[in-house]
Design a binder for this molecule. Structure first.
Ligand SMILES: [Ca+2]
Ligand SMILES: [Ca+2]
Ligand SMILES: [Ca+2]
Length: 322
């Protein structure tokens, strides 16, 4: 990723009023979901592993905390199949290669995806103490993260693994400067190369916000188990409602979209426009022309894109001919 530090700092400066919830309010996704290892892929989770990155600015000196809401499986907020028998492991990594190892930036957990130094780890089963409640990892010194000049920050990695069972563990995270409260860290953000998430029950629009750097000439959006529950549409400064291909049950679908010069160094808005009112979990990732995954950010860099209508077209006088 070749995102420039200056760009990053400037843009984040304008966005730090948004809270560092993952998934974020602006994504309109309430919960990430990771299923136990024995859950059928047809439920929507292609690999039973979720990897999130949290970035804290280089000049930030205070301790940081990764807080997880409802890390257990059972009780409220989870997708239970039969008896509750799912165990999920949450692990926080920092240090060298936690982020920069290429395996950590892939969409499938292979090779050294768990690179870096393990800073904290906990396995959650069905535990009422953490049902509809928070568990806090940390404190972490920002220096325990991996320093990244490209991101302009220290990076922590959270790996969530569905170890056993067949239920879906729904949860969300908050990157906080406090252990017992959710308080945003100025200039911090979170990103991922793949999300497995539960769409809100109500019909509506969810968003994923990949950042398109200068090297990207085309993207491919890949979605799994969307159950053809509406449309997947791409918006940007230069795209207004470009249709993406949608997947059915237990299958992948993908579509390729060219990137124009105007879209370099901007954020895309991948909109998932859900039609049904039912439960639906799915997985999604975006790759560039080299088949490398493109990160998407909980807080969209530069804010959600606004399509710029071409004034030259709208002001051109009509010739009266077809
Ligand atoms: Ca079960
Ligand atoms: Ca849960
Ligand atoms: Ca699904």
């Amino acid at each position: 990723m070749k995102i420039q530090l200056i760009l990053f700092s400037l843009l984040l400066f304008h966005l730090n009023t948004l809270a560092q919830r993952v998934p974020n309010e602006v994504e309109n996704i309430d919960y990430l979901i990771t299923y136990g290892a024995q859950a059928a892929l047809s439920l929507g989770d292609d690999d039973h592993v979720q990897i999130l990155f949290f970035s804290v600015p280089l000049n930030y000196k205070s301790p940081v905390y990764i807080r997880v809401y409802d890390p257990d499986t059972g009780g409220t907020h989870d997708e239970i199949h039969g008896i509750v028998n799912t165990k999920t492991k949450f692990s926080v990594y920092g240090g060298n290669e936690a982020f920069s190892n290429k395996d950590a930036q892939k969409v499938n957990p292979t090779g050294k995806f768990d690179s870096g130094s393990l800073l904290a780890s906990k396995i959650f089963g069905s535990e009422s103490a953490y049902d509809a409640n928070w568990y806090t990892f940390g404190p972490f010194n920002p220096l325990q993260g991996e320093r990244s000049e490209a991101i302009g920050g220290y990076i922590f990695k959270l790996i969530v693994e569905g170890l056993q069972g067949d239920d879906g563990n729904q949860y969300r995270c908050f990157f906080s400067e406090q252990p017992t409260l959710n308080r945003s860290i100025e200039g911090a953000n979170a990103f991922a190369y793949e999300y497995t998430f539960k769409l809100p029950k109500a019909k509506g629009i969810s968003h994923v916000y990949p950042f398109i750097d200068r090297s990207v000439v085309s993207i491919t959006q890949n979605n799994f188990d969307y159950d053809r529950d509406g449309s997947i549409l791409i918006y940007s400064v230069a795209k207004n409602r470009h249709e993406g291909t949608t997947s059915g049950d237990n299958e992948w679908a993908k579509s390729k979209h060219e990137m124009k010069d105007a879209e370099k160094n901007t954020t895309l808005d991948i909109q998932i426009q859900k039609q049904s009112q039912g439960e639906n979990a799915m997985s999604l990732y975006i790759t560039n022309q080299y088949d490398e995954a493109i990160p998407f950010f909980a807080i969209p860099i530069g804010g959600p894109p606004k399509y710029k209508y071409d004034l030259k077209v709208t002001l051109k006088p009509s010739t009266g001919q077809n």
